[in-house]
Design a protein around this ligand. Structure first.
Ligand code: NAI
Length: 340
């Protein structure tokens, strides 16, 4: 029996997480869920958006499926998502973006993975007012974290049969911080002669992503660039409703969550696309040695997308979250002999 910490989060979180749970249950893989509330309402009740019991559960189960959690903009408490990554030492964020059958986009043959450093950079939370009207935010880049993420990216490439790693940077301007990051990537690259290595400045990367995205394979970058570029990559393959991610720790803890946020504009209306979270669940099943179940989940999603009859609004359809989830579960039941 697999035990998984379940954090539905807030906004559309509970809706899409519920959908993913239903899909996992439909695979027949026995899972015991340890369910914990987190987010705005929990903050109002307990004074923290992420109570200690959530961390304790993840430390015990070592695997979590998480919905998005709202972060107040400009004021209020710090991001619970960043807090979770920091406290659990989830240093690597893996964000695959791949064209999907039936999802029409401007691009073909996109199949890339953004590996985002999760623990430092401008997300250090170190900000202060120097004098009224002047604010400093500290960008922290360390050799240790840069070597660690570079090694992770190359190991990922080897494990997943990828050919190339692109280090994304702005070392022409931030010569010390991004310079250190780049130097670490170069050092690690030397240990992997079988993997092609290239370096690209972040602005050029954006331009090339929207002109020739198929040229990219594994991309490794600091936290802020990774945050922005992975949303851009989600846009290349059909939007935020389709892209999963995994936050990976040094000691093997993994928290799976969609790239998207809590989408307050559509929350509570059964309109959210649950596929990103369902793909998260498939990644989780894969990592837990349940490849066959993961494959069934993906096949179910591909079938529904290819048929194009039951799609949520973000994909141009009118289906609700519940309806598309029902359709995916029904498609998973079909024999694999008739691929979509
Ligand atoms: P967002 O990703 O929540 O929404 C951006 C746009 O995409 C909205 O129009 C939304 O309706 C749409 N969208 C997102 N997910 C969708 C889905 N599954 N199906 C259909 N449409 C979808 O980004 P936004 O508005 O910038 O952030 C909202 C809140 O989420 C903020 O408080 C932010 O801090 C938080 N957030 C949390 C994350 C996490 O928990 N890991 C990640 C990103 C944002």
């Amino acid at each position: 029996m697999l035990t998984v910490t379940l954090i539905p989060g807030d906004g559309i979180g509970p809706e899409v997480v519920e959908a993913a749970v239903r899909v996992v249950e439909a695979t027949g893989v026995p899972v015991q869920w340890e369910r914990f509330e987190a987010g705005t309402e929990v903050m109002n009740k307990y004074g923290t958006p992420l109570p200690d019991e959530v961390f304790n559960s993840v430390l015990r189960t070592r695997v979590a499926l998480k919905g998005p959690i709202t972060t107040p903009i400009g004021t209020g408490y710090s991001s619970p998502n960043v807090m979770l990554r920091k406290r659990l030492n989830l240093f690597a964020n893996v964000r695959p973006a791949k064209n999907l059958p039936g999802v029409r986009t401007r691009y073909e043959d996109v199949d890339l993975v953004v590996i985002r450093e999760n623990s430092e950079d401008l997300y250090s939370g170190l900000e202060h007012i120097v004098v009224p009207g002047v604010v400093e935010s500290l960008k922290v880049i360390t050799e240790r974290a840069s070597l660690r993420i570079a090694r992770f990216a190359f190991e990922y490439a080897v494990k997943h049969g990828r050919r190339k790693v692109t280090a994304v940077h702005k070392a022409n301007i931030m010569k010390l911080s991004d310079g250190l990051f780049l130097e670490c990537c170069r050092r690690v690259a030397r240990d992997y002669p079988q993997i092609e290595y290239e370096e690209l400045i972040v602005d050029n990367t954006c331009m090339q992503l929207v002109t020739r995205p198929e040229r990219f394979d594994v991309m490794v970058m600091e936290n802020l660039y990774g945050d922005i570029i992975s949303d851009l990559c989600a846009g290349l393959v059909g939007g935020l409703g389709l892209t999963p991610s995994a936050n990976v720790g040094e000691d093997g803890i993994v928290v799976y969550e969609a790239v998207h946020g809590s989408a307050p504009d559509i929350a509570g209306r059964n309109l959210a696309n649950p596929i990103a979270l369902i793909f998260c669940a498939a990644m989780m099943l894969d990592d837990q040695g349940q490849q066959e179940a993961a494959e069934r989940v993906r096949r179910g999603v591909y079938r529904v997308l290819s048929e194009g009859k039951v799609l949520t609004r973000d994909l141009g359809g009118t289906a609700t979250t519940t309806e598309i989830t029902d359709a995916i579960i029904a498609a998973m039941e079909q024999p694999s002999a008739s691929p979509a």
